[in-house]
Design a protein around this ligand. Structure first.
Ligand SMILES: *Cc1c(COP(=O)(O)O)cnc(C)c1O
Length: 358
């Protein structure tokens, strides 16, 4: 055959996800940690790698790691599920709570994966746009959940790419007012001052998403987890790929959690650098930076695509969101090491100076 039948109809308007991850000297586009793993974690990995039975399938539900995660969050194993990155768990959520005839409430601009997953699973998306400072339109959301039929809600807090938290009391009110499953995406929770964890026991419809990719410096693995009521976890297990988390990732996740205190200094450094980068961005003429509780900062600047290109020419890769709806002229920079942040700021300052001179 030199032809093939058409793929599923929901794919026809879609294009493959492009993270725009280009080679560069300074990588500040993907919100990774700039730091290598702590020594004690490296040692733990080396010790355990020697005894891993790689000819055998991994523990199907990653129970040892589930127990470690449960312990760290004061929960039980049944309230935890591990996935092949947080992204896989988001997809599982769409499979388990979405589908045709069902509706997801989304608050753009936010993480694009939410809408992609909804499309793939033929779930309808009800978008309630954020305000011009990326705050949730709380009144519109509360109104929507009482007047429309909503099966699932996703709130990123801190939001990606804007960096701001959702208001705790608003989320509490939302959880009480709807029986829709509310996923609070806490991928960046370690850099913020707020988690919804204290509400988990009170609200059966709350599910928290976490990842090892950001504060735990393990983006090279694919490892994320959710915390939720055990009945919610059971539904997610039904749609999950049987061996989605491999043995190496499970083992490394256990080492990271065992020595989780050793990640604290890196988190503190990132938070300190975030203030520095934010202040410097604010001082640059023509730049509007948005306050962030995560390990990145969104900023607005005229001719953002040109600025992005000029930064890239100077070896600095950041993320261009200027083509995304509601994010005209917005760029996002991840917080890197002290040196990387200064190189980025100096390059940006130089570019802005050169452009204002012509
Ligand atoms: C990075 C990220 C995730 C999960 O990433 P994984 O690497 O797949 O674990 C989830 N949500 C948001 C908002 C993120 O930025």
């Amino acid at each position: 055959m030199d032809s093939v039948s058409t793929s599923a109809p929901q794919l026809s308007e879609m294009s493959p996800y492009d993270p725009k991850y280009l080679p560069a000297k300074i990588l500040l586009s993907a919100n990774e940690s700039p730091y290598d793993l702590p020594d004690e974690v490296r040692t733990c990995i080396k010790e355990r790698l020697g005894t891993l039975k790689l000819n055998r399938y991994p523990a199907p539900l990653a129970n040892e790691l589930r127990d470690e995660i449960a312990k760290a969050n004061n929960l039980s194993r049944e309230e935890v599920l591990v996935g092949n990155g947080g992204d896989e768990l988001l997809f599982n959520l769409s499979l388990a709570w979405g589908g045709s005839g069902r509706t997801f409430l989304n608050m753009p601009p936010s993480f694009s994966v939410y809408e992609t997953n909804a499309r793939l699973t033929q779930t309808q998306v009800r978008n309630i746009p954020r305000t011009d400072t990326f705050a949730i339109d709380e009144e519109a959301v509360m109104n929507c959940i009482v007047t429309e039929s909503i099966n699932g809600i996703i709130v990123a807090s801190p939001n990606n790419p804007s960096g701001n938290l959702a208001d705790y009391h608003f989320l509490e009110k939302l959880l009480a007012a709807t029986d829709a499953l509310v996923l609070v995406d806490e991928a960046y929770v370690e850099f913020s001052q707020q988690s919804l964890l204290p509400l988990l026991k009170k609200h059966k419809n709350l599910i928290l998403l976490r990842t090892f990719s950001k504060a735990y410096r393990l983006a090279g693995l694919r490892l994320g987890y959710v915390l939720a009521d055990k009945e919610v976890i059971t539904e997610l297990i039904k749609v999950r790929q049987p061996y989605s988390s491999d043995a190496v990732s499970q083992m490394i996740g256990c080492c990271a959690l065992r020595y989780r205190e050793s990640f604290q200094s890196g988190i503190a450094k990132t938070i300190k650098e975030r203030s520095f980068v934010y202040e410097r961005l604010q001082e640059l003429p023509g730049v509007k930076a948005y306050p962030s509780e995560a390990n990145y900062i969104l900023f607005k600047v005229d001719e953002a695509p040109v600025i992005w290109e000029e930064l890239y020419k100077r070896g600095v890769l950041i993320r261009d969101f200027s083509e995304t709806p509601l994010l005209t002229n917005c760029l996002r920079v991840s917080i890197g090491s002290t040196e990387e942040n200064r190189e980025f700021l100096n390059a940006l300052e130089q570019i802005l100076q050169e452009r204002s001179a012509v």
